[in-house]
Each structure stands twice: as structure tokens, then as C-alpha cells.
Design a protein around this ligand. Structure first.
Ligand SMILES: Cc1cc2nc3c(=O)[nH]c(=O)nc-3n(C[C@H](O)[C@H](O)[C@H](O)COP(=O)(O)O)c2cc1C
Length: 398
């Protein structure tokens, strides 16, 4: 029997473990630098993320949220290192769920790329000017005592006891995330932060069982996954954001990623979320592909083709509904993640549904959708009467 192809893959629901997302649009985690040293989520986070859920995205992922204070990037980051931080995040997760989307949260340890400025303050290490504003730097940690770039701190190399304690922090934060009601726990394993720093030979020069061979460099992130899986319910999905390659001589490669991803999937990771680069602070030194449309699609495609099972997400200048649909139809990925496009238009997913399926406004919250249906009729009548928004003014002198 021939089963008809779905009219839209983008709007075909996706079931992973205990949840079903209504579509394959994922809000890519985006730091808002909107908290304070408490690391607590506030109304800004609720409204910003709530807009994406009301806008129809199937999976809404909260920004990189630190597992301990020194694991933050900036003073304004969210944290989940204490039980007090659960309640405001639970409020956000509940609101996202109430709109039919699946709530997720990204956990991070910034490692040697911590203690930095917000983008609009320079995106570099904290300076005297920042200290004068009350943003004092904190000591950073990493696999080896190698600074990520000129002017940045030299991190303290973690001992084996530090690593063991750090693994527990990930598991504790994941347990809190599940308690807060998040169905997806996304690990920030990319962009040079601690998990990535252990993988990459550029930042990991260790000579113990956590450095040297590929198996040794993978050891710490794999220990994190094992501990996390044991700490959260089976119904929770784990997504892993990976820099598929460093794009630098002597760095982490696509071939390394395939080996690593097989190990991740074997330990209960559900989705490989493909990004790239960031091994060092100076982005001009990496030679990844040009930042064109869907710029990570070649990497997600390579992961998808090279892995047996598991789902793959892609991100990077996905801006158009037909493009997003083509990413999925061509086999480049199973999930599309959007970042800046959703900042520009939080209702992007609803608009995409109109473009791809031509439906009415049933998918919008009825507080808007009911009126938007009526608006279509009102505008059509004016169009039939030959009127435009400028009709009243067209004869006015300039
Ligand atoms: C404001 C902003 C904050 C970001 N914060 C994070 C983050 O917390 N975690 C992460 O993995 N990526 C972060 N990114 C990267 C995005 O998730 C995304 O991968 C990138 O912007 C490319 O996708 P786009 O072209 O759709 O924006 C951030 C990007 C932006 C624009």
C-alpha cells in the first residue's frame, strides 16, 4: 500500500521519548543576558520564551543555563545550580507546555570561556571598566591551563577529583531541570565551552586518562551523559549540541564527531544538534564553511548519514518556510532550529504553516486567531472595493 507523503514534514509531529512536538521547529537556545548574579529566571525570560511558544514553535529551548556559578559565561546568565532556581524556570516550562510546545533547557559549563562580557559590552574577557560596574571576573577552569585567546584568563587545569565533582553538578542540574518540567535537556557541548574543551586537542593537552587519545578526550563528556541519564526520568529527552568540527589545523574533526556521536547515542542521547567552531575565542582563526543559508546543513547531513538511528538537528540562517521544509525533505536534518529569525519574528512558525499548508488561524492562540480570521474577511472586502491603506491619502500634497 502506498502511504501518501505528508503535505509538510515541518508540520509533521515528532515523538521523542515521553513527548510529542506538534512540529519540527525548535527555538535554538539564545542567551538573553537578562538575569543577575542570582542566576534566577525572571519575567523577561518568561515573556521572551513565551512569545516563541505562542508563536507556534514545537520545541522551545531555554538559553544556556549554568550548572555552577563559575560555569556561567557572564554575570547575567541563568543558573540551575540550586533548588531555589527551579521555581521561576518551572513557571516558564509550564507556560510553554500550556501553548502546546515542548519545553527544553540547555545546560552549560563555560569552562575556560567563562567570566566574559555581554555581547554589547565587547564579548571579551571582563575588563577594568566591567569591574568598575560591579562585574568582577572569576577564576575559570578547563582541561588544561591554556588560555582561549589573547587577553583571556589562563584556566586552572581540573584534577581528576574536580572532574568527578563536576560530573555530579551536571546530573544535579539535569534532575532540577526535569523537576521544573522540562521534557528536553540540551547539553551545550559546542562553541569551546567545557565539554567541547575536553574533546578538542586544541584545548586539551592532558596526559592522564582524560587527554591524549580520542577515547580519553571523550571520557569526560560521556561520563556526564551517563550520570545525567541516571538522574532524569526515561521520558526526558537529551539533546547534545555539538561543534561537529573546529575548522582549525590539529583540531576536532567531522570524523571524530561521528565516533563520538555513536557513543552518545549508545548512552541515551536522543538528538545530535549540529553546530560548529568556537574552540578558541578568536573566531577569525577557524576556517569553517561560509556563513550562508542553512550553513550547518552539510554537517548535520554527514552526521545523519553516518549514524545508525538517533535524530539530528541543524541550525544556522534558516529563515524561510520552503527552505526549512527542504532541509527536512532533502535528508539534511530531522529538526530545524532557528535563532535570530525568531527574534525578528516570534510568530514565524505560524506564518510558515500558512505558507506551507495554506490553513487558517486555528493553530494560533484563539485570543488572536479568532480575530485574525475576521480580519481576512474585512481586508478582502476592501481589496474588492479597490481600496488600499493609502486610498485616503493618495491625493494629499506631499
Ligand atoms: C542572542 C543569541 C544568543 C545565543 N545564545 C546561545 C546559547 O545560549 N546556546 C547556544 O548553544 N547557542 C547560542 N546562540 C547560537 C544560536 O543558538 C544559533 O545556533 C545561531 O544564532 C545560529 O542560528 P541562527 O542563524 O538561526 O541565528 C546564540 C545566538 C544568539 C543570536
Amino acid at each position: 500500500m502506498n502511504v501518501a507523503a505528508p503535505a509538510s514534514l515541518l508540520f509533521t509531529p515528532l515523538t521523542i521519548r515521553g513527548f510529542t512536538a506538534p512540529n519540527r521547529v525548535m527555538v535554538s537556545p539564545m542567551q538573553q543576558y537578562a538575569s543577575d548574579d542570582s542566576g534566577l529566571a525572571n519575567d523577561f525570560h518568561l515573556v521572551q520564551l513565551g512569545r516563541f511558544a505562542m508563536g507556534g514553535a514545537g520545541m522551545v529551548i531555554v538559553e544556556a543555563t549554568a550548572i555552577e556559578p563559575i560555569g556561567r559565561m557572564s554575570h547575567m546568565d541563568l543558573g540551575l545550580w540550586s533548588d531555589e532556581q527551579i521555581a521561576p524556570l518551572a513557571r516558564i516550562a509550564a507556560f510553554i507546555s500550556s501553548q502546546g510546545a515542548v519545553p527544553g533547557i540547555q545546560l552549560v559549563h563555560a569552562g575556560r570561556k567563562g567570566s566574559m562580557q555581554a555581547p554589547w559590552d565587547g564579548m571579551g574577557p571582563l575588563t577594568e571598566a566591567d569591574i568598575a560596574r560591579g562585574e568582577a571576573p572569576w577564576p575559570t577552569i578547563g582541561p588544561s591551563a591554556i588560555s582561549p585567546g589573547q587577553g583571556w584568563q589562563v584556566p586552572e587545569a581540573m584534577s581528576e577529583a574536580d572532574i568527578a565533582a563536576n560530573v555530579t553538578l551536571w546530573a544535579d542540574a539535569a534532575r532540577r531541570a526535569a523537576q521544573a518540567g522540562f521534557g528536553i535537556i540540551d547539553l551545550h557541548g559546542a562553541h569551546g565551552y567545557l565539554l567541547h574543551a575536553f574533546l578538542s586537542p586544541i584545548s586539551n593537552h592532558r596526559t592522564d586518562s582524560y587527554g591524549g587519545s580520542l577515547a580519553n578526550r571523550m571520557r569526560y563528556p560521556l561520563e556526564v551523559i551517563t550520570a545525567m541519564r541516571a538522574a532524569i526520568p526515561d521520558a526526558c529527552a537529551i539533546f547534545y549540541r555539538l561543534s561537529v568540527l573546529d575548522g582549525m589545523a590539529g583540531g576536532w574533526t567531522e570524523a571524530d564527531s561521528l565516533i563520538f556521536c555513536r557513543e552518545l547515542l549508545a548512552r541515551g542521547v536522543d538528538v545530535i544538534d549540529c553546530s560548529s567552531g568556537g574552540a578558541v575565542s578568536d573566531r577569525s582563526t577557524d576556517t569553517r564553511v561560509r556563513r550562508g543559508y542553512a550553513f550547518h546543513a552539510p554537517y548535520s547531513r554527514a552526521m545523519r548519514q553516518g549514524l545508525d538511528g538517533g535524530l539530528v538537528a541543524t541550525v544556522g540562517l534558516i529563515v524561510d518556510p520552503h527552505q526549512a521544509e527542504a532541509v527536512l525533505r532533502s535528508g539534511d536534518a530531522d529538526i530545524v532550529a532557528l535563532g535570530r529569525e525568531l527574534l525578528a519574528d516570534p510568530n514565524w512558525t505560524h506564518h510558515a504553516r500558512h505558507v506551507l499548508l495554506g490553513e487558517g488561524y486555528d493553530d494560533w492562540p484563539q485570543q488572536a486567531g479568532w480575530w485574525l480570521d475576521k480580519r481576512v474577511g474585512a481586508l478582502r472586502k476592501l481589496q474588492e472595493a479597490g481600496e488600499t491603506p493609502m486610498t485616503r491619502y493618495q491625493d494629499s500634497p506631499a
